[in-house]
Design a protein. Structure first.
Length: 382
């Protein structure tokens, strides 16, 4: 398939997911506990899988495809309604969320069927994971008809079945699913990371202005440091490795398998880390001069650590290189959580920002050192 870039209709589709991601952050921040975190991650995994599924189907279509445009526009309306229901998905709006979400997943299958008709995707593979999509969506709707733990459990099973669909195909059958338009594929996942980082920035602003407080020195410091940490997360993803991963995918002997592992599955850890951080920072900047609660500290430190661990896994899959500096900073973040019970919120944010800026500076220094020695730290050809 010839290379192409993201089409305008896909960017419109992304705008609706900006709203859905914001709703997930709202759900998390309303009850930042282990139970609340589990519910939030369950919804985030569903939202992510719907978005990712359409990336794959759209990747098998031409940018000017009328089928792509029509399917995405219809799905946009349904995913927007699903987003409206997210904050109450485990309460009164579960059925609305489940039905509208299921419609989006079945629209994805229709788009894939059209790609198969055009010869751009393997029909046998599509039929294989269509079975798991149908079963998963049936359980999702069934879960919406019950309450409490039963809903959580049935939705978790539905999620597991849906995620297992591509793996159920067996690696060999998945390999022949379609040809990957590499530029489009890597660009789409990079854009979703941008969406989530943007949610972190929105969370900082909402947390700072939500109670109409004066902009005190402590509040300005917390907001600024949160922004610095977000920029550092952007830097670790986009400075060099996003482009390197794209080039590795281009020459990979199994591009479909590599794309499924590195982008569809491992990027969920990256996204979950960013959203968890966003939920924590929204609560933290509301009381920058107070001691941060344990759940908020864990969301901040654990969220950034999860983001780094996801990046390490992504790098391992695409380049067989771990990035030990990110592992060290992730460990340091958990140590920071353990010792920061008495720190004021803005001081905690300063420590997180310092660790992330130190990581960016350290990686840049290692790259310069390797280049000066005539041995690039990591290149597209390695």
């Amino acid at each position: 398939m010839s290379e192409r870039r993201t089409s305008p209709v896909e960017l419109l589709w992304d705008l609706v997911f900006v709203f859905a991601v914001t709703q997930v952050t709202t759900l998390l921040s309303r009850q930042l506990s282990w139970a609340g975190f589990g519910r939030g991650m369950e919804i985030l995994a569903l939202v992510w899988w719907a978005w990712s599924a359409f990336v794959w189907a759209a990747n098998a279509q031409a940018a000017d495809s009328r089928s792509l445009r029509l399917c995405l526009l219809v799905a946009t309306a349904f995913i927007f309604i699903a987003g409206l229901a997210i904050p109450q998905a485990f309460a009164t709006e579960g059925l609305l969320f489940a039905i509208t979400y299921a419609v989006v997943r079945f629209l994805h299958l229709l788009l894939y069927a059209d790609a198969s008709r055009r010869g751009n995707a393997a029909w046998s593979a599509i039929v294989g994971f269509a079975i798991t999509v149908a079963l998963g969506m049936a359980l999702l709707i069934a879960g919406a008809l019950v309450h409490g733990g039963w809903r959580i459990a049935l939705w978790a099973v539905a999620l597991a079945i849906d995620y297992a669909g591509p793996a159920w195909l067996t690696r060999e059958r998945l390999r022949g699913l379609q040809q990957v338009a590499v530029v489009h594929f890597a660009e789409r996942y990079g854009l979703f990371v941008i969406i989530c980082l943007g949610e972190s920035i929105v969370a900082i602003g909402v947390g700072a202005t939500g109670s109409h407080r004066h902009l005190t020195a402590e509040l300005v410091a917390s907001v600024s440091l949160g922004l610095v940490a977000t920029i550092a997360m952007w830097w670790t993803y986009f400075d060099r490795f996003a482009q390197i991963a794209e080039e590795r995918l281009r020459v990979h002997r199994d591009p479909v398998l590599a794309a499924a592992d590195a982008y569809s599955y491992l990027h969920l850890v990256i996204v979950a880390g960013i959203i968890t951080f966003a939920a924590g920072v929204r609560l933290l900047v509301r009381a920058p001069g107070a001691t941060a609660a344990g759940a908020v500290r864990l969301a901040l430190c654990g969220g950034v650590a999860a983001y780094l661990v996801g990046h390490v896994a992504f790098r391992l899959r695409m380049a067989s290189s771990a990035g030990n500096e990110k592992i060290a900073v992730a460990f340091a973040l958990f140590v920071l959580y353990a010792v920061s019970a008495s720190l004021e919120a803005w001081v905690l944010m300063a420590a997180i920002a310092a660790l992330m800026v130190g990581l960016c500076a350290g990686e840049a220094a290692l790259e310069r050192q390797s280049r000066s020695a005539g041995q690039p730290a990591l290149t597209c050809e390695d």
